[in-house]
Design a binder for this molecule. Structure first.
Ligand code: CUA
Length: 342
């Protein structure tokens, strides 16, 4: 890591970090400009309009519409540039690109547990290739943590009971600090690690260097079988007592209260730990909760399994019309969950 040109500024190593810096420097610049302007004018007025004799009575001051309009309109315009620019960077930061590679992150007092979709696990380290978009799907087993990589200018809370996401694309190979940025108990300050950005070829050999581990989708399928999910939720609708899982991820789902939801990570998680929260139209409240029976990592694996149940022809993005509840949109190739995975 080379030393940045301003002390204390972390290296800039992602596609978004320069954009965040530019915005930040703009805010600092505007602040410095007005601070100096106000000090300067203040000093000037203090000298120019000082009291020159003890019995001096100041002239009455009348309002000035021109002046008041000016000091309202100019700050308004400046504030709106901050808003528009900030919103633009914010949207880029918070909308992960659709083609990003997913990595699962589980926080725990006091470590970061990471799993790649190919199965590799890491603790307090995250290896990524430069030049590829990475999306982190994050949760925690216990308290709130926050995943913070200063060199990439990304930070997000990691919250019990829900998923948060971050994305980045590293631009320079190197080892960068990873911090927990939310006080989470005694060893919070030790909940640190590194993100290792590697050249894609190096990364590929790193990735193939330990292939013995099961991919999350395969592990998820085993949990799905062990817990007996298959008896109600056949991947393509067999069982019939629960909605089909084939092609479910990313689609719109009709609920029995007339609402629709998108079957995203959060919805699927909720449907496993609190199945009564959102009942799919046409199905009764018969599913038991699996809260406490599956760990956060297992939930992520089940999620990976459900995501893998997409037919090849169908993109993961939502189709315009929702499925007919209870019917099977499945092509024959995916009729059994076992047939889907490598
Ligand atoms: Cu985890 Cu602070």
């Amino acid at each position: 890591m080379q030393t940045p040109w301003i002390p204390f500024i972390p290296p800039s190593a992602s596609t978004l970090s320069d954009k965040v810096d530019a915005l930040y420097f703009y805010l600092v610049g505007v602040t410095i400009f007005f601070t100096l302007l106000i000090w300067g004018v203040l000093g000037f007025f203090v000298i120019k309009y000082r009291r020159r004799n003890r019995y001096e009575i100041p002239r009455p001051v009348a309002g000035s519409l021109k002046l008041e309009t000016m000091w309202s309109v100019i700050p308004f315009i400046i504030a709106m540039t901050m808003f528009a620019w900030g919103a633009q960077v914010f949207f880029q930061l918070w909308r992960p690109p659709a083609n990003a590679v997913e990595v699962y992150v589980v926080g725990k007092q006091w470590m970061w547990k990471i799993q790649h979709t190919t199965g590799q696990r890491e603790i307090n380290e995250l290896h990524v290739p430069v030049g590829r978009k990475i999306k982190l799907i994050m949760t925690t087993e216990d308290v709130i943590h926050a995943f913070f990589v200063p060199a990439f200018r990304i930070k997000a809370d990691v919250v019990p009971g829900r998923y948060t996401t971050l994305w980045f694309e590293a631009t320079k190979p190197g080892r960068y600090h990873l911090f927990c940025a939310e006080y989470c108990g005694m060893n919070h300050s030790g909940m640190i690690g590194s993100v290792v950005a590697m050249e894609p070829t190096e990364f590929d050999s790193w990735l193939s260097g330990n292939t013995s581990q099961q991919s999350p989708a395969v592990a998820g399928q085993q949990i799905y079988t062990t817990l007996g999910c298959v008896s109600c939720h056949g991947a393509s609708g067999e069982g019939g007592r629960g909605p089909a899982l084939e092609g479910l991820f990313g689609k719109q789902v009709f609920l029995n209260n007339g609402q629709t939801v998108v079957a995203d990570e959060g919805y699927i998680r909720e449907s496993i730990v609190n199945p009564q929260a959102k009942l799919v139209n046409g199905f009764g409240p018969i599913m038991p909760t699996f809260q406490g029976q599956v760990s956060e990592e297992q939930l992520l694996q089940i999620l990976a399994f459900i995501k893998s149940l997409q037919s090849e022809t169908q993109p993961t993005t939502a189709r315009p019309s929702g499925p007919v509840p209870g019917s099977s949109p499945a092509p024959a190739a995916a009729a059994s969950p076992g047939a889907v995975n490598r």
